[in-house]
Design a protein around this ligand. Sequence first.
Ligand code: NAD
Length: 418
Amino acid sequence: MHSSESTRHSSEATRIYFDRAADQLDLSDSMRGLLTTAKREVQVQIPVEMDSGDVATFIGYRVQHNAARGPMKGGLRYHPQVDLNEVRTLAALMTWKTAVVNIPYGGAKGGVALDPAKLSQRELERVTRRFVDAIHDLFGPDVDIPAPDMGTTPEVMAWIMNQYNKYHGFSPACVTGKPVEYHGIPGRDEATGRGVGSLTLKLLSRLGRQIPGSRIAIQGFGNVGSHTAKFLHDAECRIVAVSDAFGGVQKTAGLDLLQLLRHSHAHSGRISGFSGGDPLTNAELLALDCDVLIPAALGGVLTKDNALAVRAPIIIEAANAPTEPEADAIFDDRGIVVLPDILANAGGVTVSWFEWVQNRQHYQWGMNRVRQELDRILGEAFEQVWQLSLSRKVSLRTAAYMLGVGRVGRATVLGGIE
Ligand code: NAD
């Protein structure tokens, strides 16, 4: 469902969610205009010599949405359907996300339209280095700091830092999500999933629901899905179903997660062929009878066509923009509680901030400190969103947008426009 169609819906969705918060905040039209347009959008040509000797031309994008609260921050996506509209939408989401968790950043996003599975490592490295050649003057530790997203890895981040250094000298803080042995931080890998898991527990508690034995279904078993599953399994929840691009597996009594992780590591991240449960499709997973549904793969998967089939009373948006506005309205009517992406998956950017702070101080944090600080920051953001949602009688999504948009608006006014 990753297509220009879902991209169009995502951009409409984020605009609708923004407007709803802006109405609540009584924002002027001029402030709305300022906050919904990007500061800078770049598209570059990336010609690369392939292993065959042929030259292939890729297109790279970087959208820097807003810098009112600090240097802009956002992932870099390698996926065949990456386009300017998708990157623009995701860049704006990053602005609201960094503001919701109150870390001193703005928002940005980038991507290259390519399928990483179809390129060799050497080809991927050449694309990455040529992309840095094209945009190295436009990003950097105090300007805009890329990080991993779908299709990019810590190794890609290491190439980015290494290539950037050739122009600007030693600058580990120019990119985050680097390998731990190469100026990265322990705990970045698990951070988004850990955040999703710990926020799920906070929401269950606030809703007065039992945590042990809660039935959890997760779409996507990549970085975010697998770490979310592990965290919630360790908290004694039952992971009743997981899926990936090739299908899924379910078990009402709860999947044996350690076996499943072992299977996935041994099969290039895939879960197909796992014998510890019954097969199910992605459509069946979204409609499964469970307590918490966690989309952790693509955007635009919850639509007006399947929203009525969802049986979970709680949805945690681990993926970016998984819910179309029509589906969101249906969930609202049905009393289904949705924890929005800009809060639910903010653990990754929060630990990226720790990595950047550590790089600038030339100091190393241990795993315990990373986890403790992450839990504190997400816990505070969750409580603020929860209280705002109660006091203003709005959904958690509108409350999160109000908090994020309000903070960016205030910083803009305080800084002044002249
Ligand atoms: P990933 O590439 O590690 O994993 C993606 C998973 O989704 C894989 O299991 C893949 O098989 C599955 N998938 C792909 N297409 C699918 C389909 N059509 N149906 C079902 N499953 C499918 O990516 P990730 O880093 O885990 O990111 C997942 C989501 O979380 C994305 O929306 C991303 O933007 C968001 N996110 C990631 C981070 C992070 O730190 N990695 C931070 C914030 C948000």
